[in-house]
Design a protein around this ligand. Structure first.
Ligand SMILES: NC(=O)c1ccc[n+]([C@@H]2O[C@H](COP(=O)([O-])OP(=O)(O)OC[C@H]3O[C@@H](n4cnc5c(N)ncnc54)[C@H](OP(=O)(O)O)[C@@H]3O)[C@@H](O)[C@H]2O)c1
Length: 254
């Protein structure tokens, strides 16, 4: 039987990369899926792909920084599919990179808004809905950057993504009694638009790929399978974790 039969799932950052692969896998596993990101055309093509494969999906474009957008995604899940069981808060930005002594206040604030405040506002509304069904699973996308592996020049990104691990633990403790599990996934480098933006030369790609024990970057589908585990009842006794899915970059400290 499909692993997400009768489940309703919400995925942010679904227009490309890890989020897109995960939305497709969730749908293939029987979930009805609400997908979000800013690019409407990419969301529309994702909905078309899922529908063509026999799944069900609906999209809403917007910016995760804003509480009303997060609220609208949850409302859409309830309107279209009657409930919400799973939320993958995955949208993220690298933000302003470079030496930390030069990072602007606005750049810092924007990175925190997209990567940390947005997922918090998402979880706030998602969990409120999930407890009405007796529980659910929330997953955040964190990272190896600055947490398990030194990566100079991405202070705001590292701080925002490490913040998600604290948020994961706080929410898992607070809502465990109501049946809501909350976990974070910590990808290694994954070949997506963000990876290519951050590693725009063959030298940079070789360096980061070789930092992994597996000597390569991951594929979005490899992350999707890990997120499926955290989202599904296969992980029914797993909560408050920071799950490494990182090709071993965390054991090759630089
Ligand atoms: N690739 C890696 O090596 C890697 C490693 C560790 C962690 N991560 C994390 O994985 C997550 C997914 O990234 P990815 O690697 O799959 O890269 P990606 O293909 O660039 O995906 C990023 C997604 O986030 C969405 N997004 C960005 N800012 C947004 C905003 N303000 N509001 C709504 N949506 C927004 C983008 O869609 P729109 O542009 O359409 O809004 C896109 O769907 C991110 O949180 C990233 O930090 C990536």
């Amino acid at each position: 039987m499909a692993r997400l039969q009768n489940k309703v799932a919400l995925v942010t950052g679904a227009s490309s990369g890890i989020g897109r692969a995960t939305a497709k896998l969730f749908a293939a596993e029987g979930a009805k899926v609400v997908v979000g990101a800013r690019r409407q055309a990419e969301l529309d093509s994702l909905v078309a792909e899922i529908t063509a494969a026999g799944g069900q999906a609906v999209a809403l474009a917007g910016d995760v920084q804003h509480e009303d957008y997060n609220q609208a995604l949850v409302a859409l899940a309830v309107e279209h599919f009657g409930r919400l069981d799973i939320a993958f808060n995955n949208a993220g930005t690298l933000g302003e990179a470079g030496p930390s002594t030069g990072v602007s206040e606005a750049g810092w604030a924007n990175t925190l808004a997209v990567n940390l405040t947005g997922p918090f506002l998402g979880a706030k509304h998602q969990i409120g809905q999930m407890v009405k069904n007796g529980g659910g699973s929330v997953v955040f996308t964190s990272t190896f950057v600055g947490h398990t592996f030194a990566f100079p020049g991405l202070a705001a990104y590292a701080a925002s993504k490490s913040g998600l691990i604290g948020l994961t633990q706080a929410l898992a403790a607070e809502f465990g009694p109501q049946g809501v599990r909350v976990n974070a996934v910590l990808p290694g480098a994954v070949e997506t638009e963000m990876y290519h933006a951050a590693n725009d030369t063959a030298e940079k790609r070789d360096w980061v790929n070789n930092a992994h024990a597996l000597r390569r970057a991951g594929q979005p589908e490899e992350l999707a399978r890990a997120v499926l585990y955290l989202a599904s009842d296969d992980s029914s006794f797993v909560t408050g974790t920071a799950q490494l899915v990182d090709g071993g970059i965390s054991i090759t400290r630089s």
